[in-house]
Design a protein around this ligand. Structure first.
Ligand code: ADP
Ligand code: MG
Length: 233
C-alpha cells in the first residue's frame, strides 16, 4: 500500500529549511562559546588585555547568535500543535510571571499592577503561556520612557477570557502597526523581531486572537482572547 504524501506548502518548506540551518549552526556555535569561555580562564589570556578583549567580543557575539538561533528555531517549528496541553489557571500564571520579573534586580523600578479574576481556566501549554507573557512584558519594559507601569487585566466574556496588557511607554507609530507581526520586524537596535510573531502563533494555536494597539493618552495595549474551558475544575 502506498501512502499518499501530502505536498508541503511553501511555508512548511521554509520552516524546515530554517530549522535545519538553525540546528546545523547551533553545534559549531556551542563549540565557539565553550572554547572562548575556557580560554577566558587561561592565565596567559588573562594577562593580555588585548586578547582578553577580543575574546570577550567573540564570546558575546556568539552568545547573541545563539539566542537569535534559539528564537529562529521556535519560529520555524510549527510544533506548537504537538505541545503538551494542560489546564491553566490564568490568574496564577500571570502572577507567577510577574513574580519572576520582580525577582530580578534590573526590573526593580518596573511597576506591575493587576486586576485579575479567580477561577479562570484555559487549555494551554504552561511554558508557552509563560513565554507569551514574558515576551509581551519585555516589550512593554523596552518601550518605557521613564517610569514604567504595566497593567494586566482579565475579563470574562461568554466563552472567552480576555487578557489586556497595558503599558505607558512610547507607543507605536500608526504606520508600523500593520508590520508588527511580520517575522524579524523590529525597531530596536538589538531587537530580533520574533517576539510578537511567536506570541501570535502561541495564541492562535489555542484558537485565540492577539492584537495590539495604541492606548490613550500614551502607551500600548495588547489584547489576547482565549477560549475558556467549559467544565473547569
Ligand atoms: P523585538 O522586541 O525584538 O523588536 P517584537 O516582535 O517583540 O520584536 O516586537 C516588534 C516591534 O513591535 C518592536 O520592535 C516595537 O517597535 C514594537 N512593539 C512591540 N511591543 C511594543 C510596546 N509594548 N510598545 C511599543 N512598541 C512595541
Ligand atoms: Mg520583543
Amino acid at each position: 500500500l502506498v501512502k499518499e504524501k501530502k505536498e508541503e506548502s511553501h511555508d512548511e518548506i521554509i520552516g524546515r529549511l530554517a530549522a535545519f540551518f538553525a540546528h546545523e549552526i547551533r553545534n559549531p556555535l556551542t563549540s565557539i562559546i565553550g572554547f572562548s569561555q575556557f580560554l577566558e580562564q587561561d592565565q596567559t589570556v588573562k594577562t593580555n588585555p588585548k586578547i582578553s578583549q577580543y575574546l570577550s567580543i567573540i564570546k558575546d557575539e556568539a552568545l547573541r547568535m545563539e539566542s537569535l538561533i534559539q528564537e529562529l528555531l521556535v519560529l520555524a517549528t510549527t510544533d506548537f500543535q504537538k505541545d503538551h496541553l494542560s489546564i491553566i489557571n490564568v490568574k496564577y500564571m500571570v502572577e507567577k510571571t510577574i513574580a519572576v520579573f520582580k525577582m530580578q534586580p534590573e526590573y526593580e523600578n518596573v511597576q506591575f499592577s493587576t486586576d485579575l479574576l479567580d477561577e479562570i481556566y484555559i487549555t494551554g501549554n504552561e511554558s508557552r503561556m509563560k513565554q507569551l507573557l514574558v515576551n509581551l512584558m519585555n516589550n512593554a519594559i523596552e518601550a518605557s520612557e521613564g517610569e514604567c507601569v504595566i497593567h494586566t487585566r482579565l475579563k470574562k466574556e461568554d466563552k472567552d477570557v480576555w487578557i489586556f496588557i497595558t503599558d505607558n511607554g512610547k507607543g507605536i507609530p500608526e504606520d508600523l502597526i500593520d508590520h508588527l507581526f511580520s517575522p524579524f520586524f523590529t525597531t530596536k537596535e538589538d531587537g530580533t523581531g520574533v517576539g510578537l510573531p511567536i506570541c501570535k502563533a502561541i495564541v492562535e494555536t489555542l484558537n485565540g486572537e492577539l492584537s495590539i494597539q495604541n492606548q490613550q493618552p500614551k502607551g500600548t495595549q495588547v489584547r489576547i482572547r482565549l477560549p475558556l474551558i467549559k467544565n473547569a475544575p
